[in-house]
Design a protein. Structure first.
Length: 94
């Protein structure tokens, strides 16, 4: 695997985590807003929506961290080799 591709995979892996949390918090905000629409006080509505976003966002991050701890080999496959180890990695591939 070329070094630039390995670095690209590492960057995409790092970008996936905040996108996952953002998507989950957006879904939580939407669900919280649906529930909050039944309430009559605006500040309570905002609080319920924000609480839904926070719960979903943190739950998604907690599940992602738990998943990554269970499969550490997944991380090692996508890590770029250090410059000192690059020659060994190329020799091993041949």
């Amino acid at each position: 695997m070329p070094r630039w591709l390995a670095h690209l995979l590492v960057v995409l892996g790092w970008l996936f985590t905040p996108v996952l949390a953002w998507g989950a918090s957006y879904a939580g905000l939407w669900l919280g807003a649906v529930v909050a629409a039944r309430l009559s006080r605006p500040l309570v509505m905002l609080g319920v929506a924000a609480l839904g976003a926070a719960i979903f966002g943190f739950a998604a991050l907690a599940m992602w961290v738990r998943f990554m701890r269970r499969v550490p080999h997944l991380l090692s496959h996508h890590m770029a080799p250090r410059a000192s180890e690059e020659h060994r990695a190329i020799a091993a591939a041949d």
